[in-house]
Design a protein around this ligand. Sequence first.
Ligand code: FES
Ligand code: FES
Length: 220
Amino acid sequence: MKPKTPASASALDRRSFLKGIGTSAVAVASVQVGAMADEINKAAPAPALQGPGAVPVSLTINGEKKDFQLEPRVTLLDALRYFSPLTGTKEVCDRATCGACSVLIDGKLTYSCMKLAIDAQGHEITTIEGLAKDGQLTPVQQAFIDCDALMCGFCTPGMVLATTALLAENPKPTVDDVKRACSGNLCRCGTYPHILNAALKASGQAVTETVTVIHHGSVA
Ligand code: FES
Ligand code: FES
């Protein structure tokens, strides 16, 4: 008759066996990760470090190539406002919450305070100054005037660009589409109903929202 193996001895054997497998698996995985890292490094060598001093930065803004000397930490917003005369792009929160700094990059609405200027190279940047051509306002800009869609005007460049980006993608937006498209832009003056109307008017649609206008304390 076969002698019985004590339970503790059997458990020890299993543990040792599993430990051995685990160690081997980790070793194999490490080798594989190392090999993959080598492959990636060979395929895409790390870009040369830039900065911290100023380096040449070339940006295409409103169709024109402009050359700057900027530290790599400079945001696109600061490059526009402080290294060029394009102050139509507004700085408010400087932390991606208000949309006042919105510009279009390759037609896409972008917070310029969250984009490094150096990373915007090779792309088409459009600021509020780049919309009107030969003094002719775009339908969106004209609709903002016609609908009285601004008060202090601080949010207006961003709102106009948000609406412009929307209509380029969706020429006949619904009211909800407009609300969604402008949801990343804040207006502290509360002109939202007028902005909504301006977007509908610019898209050739009837203005459907009821707009409440307050005249000297009375509602008209
Ligand atoms: S200044 Fe960029 S989101 Fe407010
Ligand atoms: S019009 Fe003043 S913040 Fe919008």
